[in-house]
Write a protein that binds this ligand. Structure first.
Ligand SMILES: Cc1cc2nc3c(=O)[nH]c(=O)nc-3n(C[C@H](O)[C@H](O)[C@H](O)COP(=O)(O)O)c2cc1C
Length: 289
């Protein structure tokens, strides 16, 4: 399954890109509208992109009234990403969304590097969200936490149905002549190729620790990158930064993935699931199935 990464595609502005996906994931929605950070909010680096969008979004009221009905018309399953500053915020957002059949899954963004960290722990947030909705819940984690596998285990124990791995990691770019930070917020979230091995390690470790379904993401640009995340333990893969440069990426990557799976001797791409884990991974796989 190929998804977009939250915040990297506006499906209403580019429905032809969304149509290439199996699932559309919204930009993170917060309780109140947010204008986001001042420009400059995007900077190029040698190995990826920095952003400090700051969760610009219309807020949950406008989202359910105006955006969700339009997304439903695209006839692609919709996952809604939500973010807040306390477990209470997440619970409120989940109970609001619980009423809408058009919401297939809620992704809890507990990991945005461009806003203040939520005050409560990931376990508290997931438990509060779990109590507020019967919908499937994915916890989106930061690769910057000291031990992401421990956070993943805590999220699973608190009731997460799956994990989205990974969000961006904090980085800094300096202006070529003034040496001042390029972004208005100084630091921002690093995405793109530099994240690839970090994402792979997170998926590998968290699959081994939890056996939960995982959406892998971070620097995916080719079918080979997708099959590596699947081999590490991902059951689905999301495309982020690549979509800014190549709107045809989902269709291209899907074709490349089929070719790569066949070249490696797998009947389907998903047959490579957990291949990187050898015995341990296969044991987990049997437990999950
Ligand atoms: C411009 C931009 C905006 C993003 N906005 C969000 C967001 O609103 N919520 C979220 O959970 N992640 C957000 N992300 C992170 C992506 O969903 C993804 O986790 C990250 O970019 C790694 O994937 P990539 O290297 O393929 O881009 C954003 C990333 C970018 C580049």
């Amino acid at each position: 399954m190929i998804l977009n990464a939250s915040g990297c595609l506006d499906a209403l502005a580019a429905p032809e890109v969304a149509a290439q996906l199996d699932i559309f994931v919204t930009k993170t929605v917060t309780p109140l509208p947010r204008g986001g950070n001042e420009p400059t909010r995007i900077a190029e680096t040698d190995f990826g992109m920095l952003n400090s969008i700051g969760l610009a979004n219309p807020g949950i009221d406008a989202f359910v009234a105006d955006v969700l009905p339009e997304l439903a018309e695209l006839e692609i399953p919709v996952w809604v990403s939500v973010g807040g500053f306390s477990a209470h915020d997440y619970a409120d957002l989940c109970s609001r969304l619980d009423a809408y059949d058009d919401v297939a899954t809620i992704e809890l963004n507990v990991s945005c590097p461009n806003v203040a960290e939520p005050a409560d722990s990931v376990a508290e947030i997931v438990a509060a969200a779990r109590a507020a909705t019967s919908k499937s819940l994915y916890a989106k984690l930061s690769p910057a936490s000291g031990d992401i596998t421990a956070v993943a285990e805590a999220a699973g124990a608190a009731g997460a149905d799956g994990l989205s791995l990974v969000n961006t990691i904090r980085g800094l770019a300096l202006d070529a002549t003034t040496l001042e930070p390029t972004l208005s917020t100084a630091t921002g979230g690093l995405s793109g190729p530099a994240l690839r091995p970090i994402a792979l390690a997170a998926v590998f470790g968290c699959f081994r620790a939890t056996g939960l379904p995982i959406v892998g993401m971070g620097g995916v640009e080719t079918g080979r990158h997708v099959i590596e995340l699947i081999a590490a333990g991902a059951t689905a893969v999301a495309l982020g930064t690549v979509l800014f440069a190549d709107p045809e990426a989902p269709a291209r990557i899907r074709t490349e993935l089929e070719v790569e799976a066949e070249r490696l001797g797998f009947e389907t791409p998903l047959a490579a699931h957990a291949a990187a884990h050898e015995e341990e991974g296969r044991r987990r796989l049997r437990e999950v199935a």
